[in-house]
Design a protein around this ligand. Structure first.
Ligand code: ADP
Ligand code: ZN
Ligand code: ZN
Length: 732
């Protein structure tokens, strides 16, 4: 008998976080064997002279033609950490974004797991008094630490319950810990349950929506909860989540970056009676990994999180909710450019569960899907409780004298609102003192040296800052071109508006909220909590368009409408309409009727006219017609190649090559470019782009699949920083 051929050894095919669209073969560490059970486990491997952590995605015989695979250093997990639906969905995401699977898997894992650290313990935390605390408690003065000490006197209390007991317990706990009166301890993460607090009786529109959701709970469906601000959408979600919990299932709630407030969490906790996990960019790596692991183990039931929470494992999934589904923060703009809403829908389908999309201003994509019957359309048209819709007035400022961009009419209306003890929100989506510093003698203006953009004036005129690359310098005393002293800040940002309003209304507090004043999430909360419900003025950017409830807000004054009316971006009208409706929705959320004032030089602009006469839905219908005629999404599908380099020629060469490779595949595609990016130079880099558009999604993806291997392999691609963005949100 002839000798049997030696069977090739079984190797791991590993997805590594490197920008190459392929897998890498490794033999297991010496003395270990590879098997199909290893799929989904992390391994540590040599890569060139580096060490990387990757995920085994296949096993199989090594390729006899290829040089012998290297040994991995170590297997990091006893079993898979990515498996089942989540692993399948991530494969889908890599195909859809045309990104390397290894980079997609790395994006889906919390940072510490990506680095190869072990899965963390998932116990909960509680606080208890030390012996010193038990005896010393009585001597504490009245105050928060004393209140907490009294609460802990009978025995340890879990942090979740402390969250319910009082808001600022963490600082009290720190104070007690410092005196060694209290300590933190790990306790089993038994889903301890408190009595859920009942909500209000549902009104008829809410009842219809909840019934529709419950009827759909046994399989995949997408339901658009399309309800004006304050119409009780959150109540609808809470009913659906409570039902999901009662069936022993997990619920994932996605909210925009700015929408995740302590108020929201407290409301969810109180109403559901189970621990509600929060997941957002402000958490430490350890906390994120713990929450991820608690979901993977099926211990955690409900999470309210921002974009990346869409990657949580959901072994007992029952429901996904995407609140404010139109919000731009669901799209990641660098790295793996995924859209959390769209990926949530893919997961919902794979999991066979309903997905709720909620908004007062649904995206045109979602409205189109509802019109086409792909989504159930649940409408809530009345405000819940006592709240009434605000009145909206356009304030024509043509030929009117403006002070920091504010018209006399607007200042007067603000004065009236304050006299009536109300709160006023002045909304201007531009931070800083003024957007431009101009020489009145010669026309020079302060430009960023590294970007094609003017520098914003800050600190009352003393400092210049570039909002695109972060460059800063002092404002010059004299014009660098003509030596003249007639340098003038042009236009107004939040800082200048704050200055004018403080001078004009000296006896009320004026609080400015923008990224300059409130870097951190809790700083915003604290500032607003301190502001309270007293009469006064808030001046702010987009940060104030949603989030924290302001029950005493009676007037919303919108100042920068005109800047949004004439943008070249095809999504600009949609974004402006959403912003106006969202800001307006902040007025009169409680008992008092609100007023909204829109200040503009274009009172007759069709966008404003349609929005005012017919509301968001009339606007959306008109805008969808425009998009259809112009061949824009959702009636076409787009992808964008972007390239950056020191030399513009390198960008152009790369994008020309990409265009040729795409032409080679003869797909029904429209190719626009290479063209300079709308901001052709940024942070010292030249930037160009190539836009692809196709009438149907499949042709777009087929063309990319066919052309990308050659594009990746090209010499041109190594001379630029390039990226591919499928379904770009803006064409920048
Ligand atoms: P949305 O999420 O649509 O903005 P919410 O669910 O937050 O609306 O509801 C707005 C306010 O109305 C909240 O204070 C909420 O408690 C209250 N509310 C909601 N539904 C009802 C109802 N059926 N009856 C009375 N009050 C309600
Ligand atoms: Zn000058
Ligand atoms: Zn710059």
């Amino acid at each position: 008998m002839p000798d049997a051929l030696p069977t090739p050894p079984i190797v791991w095919r590993v997805a590594l976080p490197v920008p190459l669209p392929r897998l890498f073969d490794y033999r297991p560490p010496v003395g270990e064997t590879a098997g199909s059970d290893d799929v989904g486990s992390r391994v540590r491997v040599p890569f060139g002279s580096r060490e990387l952590v990757g995920i085994v995605v296949e096993t199989g015989p090594s390729d006899p033609e290829a040089p012998e695979a290297r040994h991995a250093f170590a297997r990091l997990d006893p079993g898979p950490i990515l498996e089942g639906e989540l692993l399948d969905s991530l494969h889908w995401l890599a195909r859809y974004t045309h990104a390397p699977l290894g980079e997609v898997l790395a994006t889906a894992l919390p940072a510490s797991l990506r680095r190869g650290e072990p899965l963390p313990d998932t116990h909960a935390w509680a606080w208890r008094l030390t012996e010193a605390g038990q005896t010393g408690r009585e001597r504490l003065r009245a105050g928060r630490p004393r209140r907490l000490a009294d609460l802990l006197a009978p025995g340890p209390v879990e942090e979740d319950r402390l969250d319910l007991a009082f808001e600022d317990w963490r600082s009290a706990a720190r104070a007690l810990a410092k005196r060694e009166f209290a300590e933190r301890l790990a306790v089993p993460a038994a889903a301890h349950v408190v009595e859920p607090r009942p909500g209000p009786d549902l009104h008829p529109e809410q009842r219809v929506a909840v019934d529709a959701i419950l009827a759909a709970r046994d399989g995949f469906s997408a339901l658009l909860v399309d309800g004006v601000t304050g119409s009780g959408k959150t109540e609808v979600y809470l009913h659906a989540i409570a039902d999901c919990l009662a069936r022993g299932k997990q619920a994932l709630v996605l909210v925009p970056e700015i929408g995740l407030t302590p108020q929201t969490l407290a409301r969810f906790r109180a109403r559901l009676g189970v621990p509600v996990h929060a997941l957002h960019s402000g958490l430490g790596d350890g906390e994120r990994a713990r929450t991820w692991t608690a979901f993977a183990r099926g211990e955690a039931r409900v999470v309210v999180g921002t974009r990346s929470a869409v990657f949580l494992p959901l072994p007992d999934a029952g429901l996904i909710v995407i609140d404010e589904e139109h919000d731009g923060s669901f799209k990641q703009l660098d790295g793996i450019r995924y859209h959390a809403r769209d990926f949530a829908l893919v997961r919902g389908k794979a999991l066979g569960i309903p997905v709720l999309l909620g908004s007062a201003t649904p995206s045109l994509e979602s409205l189109r899907n509802a019109q086409a019957g792909r989504y159930a359309h649940l409408r809530l048209q009345q405000r819940a409780g006592a709240a009434q819709p605000p009145t909206v007035r356009v304030c024509d400022v043509r030929k009117r004298p403006l002070e920091a961009g504010l018209s006399p009419d607007m200042l007067e209306t603000i004065g009236h609102a304050l006299e009536a003890d109300g709160q006023v929100l002045v909304f201007k989506n531009r931070r800083g003192y003024a957007p431009v510093l101009l020489c009145h003698d010669c026309g020079w203006s302060a430009q960023c040296q590294r970007c094609d953009a003017p520098m914003t004036v800050h600190a009352g005129g003393r400092r210049l800052q570039c909002h695109h690359c972060g460059a800063r310098r002092p404002a010059p005393d004299a014009c660098p071109d003509c030596g003249g002293l007639a340098l003038q800040p042009q236009g107004a940002g939040t800082e200048r508006i704050e200055e004018v309003l403080t001078a004009r209304f000296p006896d009320v507090p004026v609080l400015r909220i923008d990224r300059g004043t409130t870097q951190r999430r809790d700083a915003l909360e604290h500032a607003l909590a301190k502001f309270g419900t007293q009469r006064g003025i808030l001046v702010g950017t987009q940060m104030l368009a949603k989030g924290h409830d302001l029950p005493n807000l009676t007037l919303v004054a919108v100042v920068g409408v005109d800047e949004g009316l004439f943008s070249a971006d095809f999504r600009a009208p949609e974004k402006l309409a959403q912003l106006l409706i969202q800001v307006a929705g902040r007025a009169g959320r409680a008992q008092r009727k609100g007023e909204v004032l829109l200040q503009t030089h274009h009172p007759g602009h069709p966008l404003l006219a349609t929005l005012l006469a017919g509301g968001y839905h009339a606007f959306a219908e008109a805008e969808l017609e425009q998009r259809e005629m112009a061949g824009f999404p959702p009636f076409a599908h787009m992808a964008m190649f972007r390239a950056e380099a020191q030399q513009i020629a390198a960008c152009e060469a790369f994008l020309r090559m990409a265009r040729e490779r795409l032409r080679d595949v003869h797909a029904p595609l429209d190719l626009h470019g290479p063209l300079p990016a709308p901001m052709p130079r940024r942070a010292g880099f030249q930037r160009m782009q190539l836009l692809l558009s196709a009438a149907d999604r499949r042709s777009l993806h087929a063309a990319l699949d066919a052309a990308l291997p050659a594009i990746y392999a090209s010499a041109e691609s190594r001379k630029v920083r390039w990226s591919l963005d499928v379904d770009p949100m803006d064409l920048y």
